[in-house]
Design a protein around this ligand. Structure first.
Ligand SMILES: Nc1ncnc2c1ncn2[C@@H]1O[C@H](COP(=O)(O)OP(=O)(O)OP(=O)(O)O)[C@@H](O)[C@H]1O
Length: 293
């Protein structure tokens, strides 16, 4: 039986170009004698479920994913649930496309399609929080509440500056969360105003740390003051966040985060609402095969 190519696109990603790009990819695949397999989905949860079922029932040669980090998260989460490794071709069609920038996948659709069809692959690492993939970032604390406030439509209309505006709007509501970070060999109790965990030294398409490390980068702002925010903002914008004196920052492969005092906390992963804390967050070495230049 011939293995199938799954063609998965998210009409909500970026400026909505994914659907048009999907038609282009389909034409290229048909020209090569392939019949791509597609399914309909209207929510992220439905897409994860359908993709996981497809991976379990059918022989899949590869998945072509058209969208941003949130769309790629659907694919990686389905791969985690299905416990299989199938090569993934990313055609960037999101707003930020952090993952595509990190792996130098062309942002222009035509070029990205050629990268997938040329067949060169490499293994890459991602993160996981409970059973949800982390493609680029996990965040909780007041900033997570801020991104919750930012709707996809606003992001498309006003660009990423909308996060800054929302931050200023929400400043008065900000509060810190008490949480315990631990694994087999360390434990840290912290009052977290905002905690950011990333899989690389890029966030929002910009380099924010000097170096990357093969693991999760954890950066947290522990107490909220306007003066601290300015210091933090300066170093973040100049790509030297770890030089800021107002942060706790370390790299790790595995951590459990448990809120104290019975507080409830939801994390946001790759821009979407994720699981509630407590959660186990780990580094998945060589988890995903992707097409690269
Ligand atoms: N099949 C789907 N149907 C509906 N919505 C989806 C589907 N797959 C993903 N989504 C949601 O669409 C939203 C936008 O997707 P995505 O993150 O890829 O685009 P973006 O935000 O423009 O890009 P980026 O994250 O790179 O800035 C996300 O919130 C994601 O949860």
């Amino acid at each position: 039986m011939k293995k199938l190519t799954v063609l998965f696109f998210n009409p909500r990603a970026g400026d909505g170009a994914a659907q048009k790009i999907a038609v282009e990819v389909k034409t290229r695949l048909v020209q090569r004698g392939e019949t791509p397999y597609q399914f309909d989905s209207t929510t992220k949860a439905e897409a994860v479920k359908k993709l996981r079922e497809t991976l379990a029932k059918k022989q899949i040669a590869r998945i072509i994913c058209i969208g941003g980090d949130g769309t790629l998260n659907v694919v990686a989460t389905a791969l985690i649930h299905a416990r299989v490794q199938v090569p993934v071709g990313l055609i960037p069609a999101g707003t930020v496309n952090n993952f595509a920038k990190k792996w130098k996948i062309p942002l222009e659709a035509k070029k990205a399609i050629e990268v997938v069809l040329s067949g060169k692959q490499r293994l890459v690492d991602i993160g996981v929080c409970n059973e949800t993939a982390i493609i680029s970032s996990l965040v909780f604390g007041s900033l997570a509440d801020i991104s919750n406030d930012v709707k996809q439509k606003q992001k498309q209309k006003f660009g990423l500056g909308i996060y800054g505006l929302s931050a200023v709007k929400n400043l008065s509501k900000s509060r810190s969360y008490k949480a315990l970070f631990f694994n087999d060999s360390f434990s840290l109790y912290a009052k977290v105003w905002v905690c950011l965990i990333t899989t690389s030294n890029y966030i929002g398409g910009r380099q924010y740390l000097e170096k990357t490390y093969n693991g999760l980068h954890i950066t947290m702002l522990n107490n909220m003051k306007i003066s601290k925010l300015l210091n933090y903002g300066f170093f973040a914008l100049t790509g030297n966040l770890r030089r800021s004196t107002t942060l706790t920052s370390f790299d790790i492969k595995k951590v459990i985060i448990r809120p104290e005092d019975g507080q409830t906390m939801v994390v946001r992963i790759d821009g979407d609402e994720g699981p509630m804390l407590p959660a186990k967050i780990s580094w998945l070495h060589h988890f995903m095969k992707i097409y690269v230049k």
